[in-house]
Design a protein around this ligand. Structure first.
Ligand code: ADP
Ligand code: MG
Length: 503
């Protein structure tokens, strides 16, 4: 295998090969719809339930059972489409994709091939270096998930758990607009963020609630631009599809491996076969699973058990009027309203719960200070305890109090950290802590002056030295802070010491 490294920035030109190569990537993301019941049955979608306890007759493919569409799933798909600024198709229809899997007893998957519920949309993908690109979404369709075959519980038998069979998925298909592994991860991250804001998918990748099929091809510089101009896929290389990636890290590694593999083949005079591949994280390689199947291999046909799905514009408008503020808008507002840096605003809006918590803290307070405290102190502390913001032992209101105490000079930033720790670990009110523990900052200049005088009187040599070299004044600041238990207002201390040394 060639030793290939990527040149920054985009598009990714791959160095080390005989020629320059670029990557072209398109993602099919499967997002489990956040609903209580399955797409065509009333069975529960609860994760981790007793195997085969959430299975309706229709999920088990019992003869004579008929699917009934779950309106909640349709609403979630529409909401997702609106969140991705996509066209909503008032007419869509379900098709049968025929294939046999033990964990799909119907013998076919009900999906939407010809008439998906959502059309063209977009995702703004921001990269760490401050650049951003729009990745086009081609379509979103609703389909059923399969169950789970279990092969590692018994040496001679396989088991099947149908709890997931029939759970609603949204398949979100991107255009091949993604140009490298980092961008692919950034796209999935952004998509996940939007879905979580919308409440249409919980985005839990470990549980497989969000997973991606990753299509990768390579092309020579210039070819992608030709594709963009004409939308003619023949300008692009042959793609391979890596199935079912549910880890950002492995997805990037798989793309990286796949690019090198394809380049080596082509530079060796060979041709890339269009196939479906699996990534093996232990060996860090992709392996062929099957040659690429085409739509006609599945004998798709309109599902005779379901009428076409017709929805009304007024209903779509209703859902649209009820959309929450989405990440891009929230981030822009945080920058505008609270004067946050782009970076801080990104960190705070990455997760909707974090963003809401921050807004609570910042209410009526200095926004930048609040952002610093939430990001550095609170997130740091929660991480140490392996806790989510939802389980934060300190409430937003109490953290806001601490910000207020700092801002009004009642406590110094340093003491504030002690107050925070007490409030966090002992579930106490910051104002009460400051009062009870006598932590109020000494701003009384008389008291500070007395402390300075005492220290100067005890250290005449230091005074002489500091008069010659003003840099040594810091020593006195330290002494005063020590003498006052860190409670003296540092600004006042500095001023008084400077006045005395210069006087
Ligand atoms: P299928 O279900 O057969 O895989 P889809 O149309 O559902 O086909 O998905 C194809 C995916 O592959 C899309 O995300 C598309 O953007 C992407 N894709 C198509 N051609 C290429 C290519 N040459 N290189 C990389 N990705 C591609
Ligand atoms: Mg595919």
């Amino acid at each position: 295998m060639l030793d290939l490294t990527y040149d920054a920035p985009k598009p990714k030109v791959i160095a080390g090969a005989k020629h320059d190569w670029e990557l072209v990537i398109g993602l099919e993301v499967h997002a489990q719809v956040a609903t209580n019941a399955k797409l065509f049955s009333g069975a529960s979608t609860e994760f981790g339930a007793e195997p085969n306890s959430n299975v309706a007759f229709v999920d088990a493919g019992m003869p004579g059972m008929l699917p009934v569409i779950n309106e909640g799933c349709v609403e979630q798909a529409v909401r997702t489409g609106l969140g991705l600024k996509a066209d909503i198709n008032l007419y869509s229809a379900f098709d049968r994709k025929n294939y046999f899997y033990p964990d799909l007893p119907q013998g076919y998957q009900i999906s939407q091939l010809y008439h998906p519920i959502v059309g063209e949309g977009e995702v703004l993908v921001e990269m760490g270096d401050g650049t951003a690109r729009t990745v086009r979404v081609e379509r979103i369709h609703l389909e059923q998930d399969a169950g789970k075959s279990i092969h590692d519980m018994d040496p001679n038998m396989s088991f099947v758990d149908l709890n997931r069979t029939g759970v609603a998925l949204m398949e979100i298909v991107s255009r091949p607009d993604i140009r490298g592994p980092e961008e692919a991860a950034a796209y999935v991250t952004k998509l996940r963020q939007i879905l979580r804001y919308l409440g249409t998918c919980d985005g839990n990748m470990q549980n497989g609630n969000l997973r991606a099929d990753v299509n990768v091809s390579i092309c020579r510089p210039g070819a992608y631009e030709k594709y963009q101009e004409t939308q003619d896929f023949s300008h692009l290389g042959t793609r391979c599809e890596i199935k079912n990636m549910n880890s950002m890290r492995f997805m990037q590694a798989a793309i990286d491996y796949e690019a090198r593999r394809q380049i080596a083949i082509v530079e060796d005079g060979g041709e890339v076969d269009q196939e479906t591949r699996l990534y093996d994280p232990d060996k860090n390689e992709t392996r062929s699973m099957r040659s690429k199947e085409e739509a006609h291999d599945y004998r798709y046909f309109p599902c005779p058990d379901l009428l076409p799905l017709e929805i009304e514009q007024a209903w779509v408008d209703d859902i649209a009027s009820d959309l929450p503020e989405l990440p891009d808008a929230k981030k822009a507002r945080f920058i505008g309203d609270f004067g946050l840096s782009d970076y801080d605003a990104s960190v705070l809006t990455a997760d909707v719960e974090n963003a809401e918590f921050f807004e609570e803290v910042a209410k009526g307070q200095d926004g930048k200070l609040a952002a610093n405290w939430v990001i550095n102190e609170l997130f740091g502390r929660l991480k140490k305890d392996d806790k989510d913001i939802a389980d934060s032992p300190i409430s937003a209101a109490r953290l806001g109090q601490i910000i207020g105490l700092i801002k009004s000079d009642a406590i110094s930033g340093k003491i504030a950290k002690d107050v925070f720790e007490i409030a966090y670990t002992q579930d106490r009110d910051p104002e009460e802590i400051v009062e009870t523990e006598g932590m109020k900052q000494v701003t009384d200049t008389g008291a500070i002056e007395a402390a300075v005088d005492e220290i100067m009187a005890a250290n005449p040599e230091q005074v002489e030295k500091a008069k010659e070299n003003p840099k040594l004044a810091g020593w006195f600041v330290g002494q005063v802070m020590k003498a006052t238990g860190g409670k003296a207002n540092p600004k006042a201390v500095n001023q008084i010491i400077a006045a005395k040394l210069n006087g």
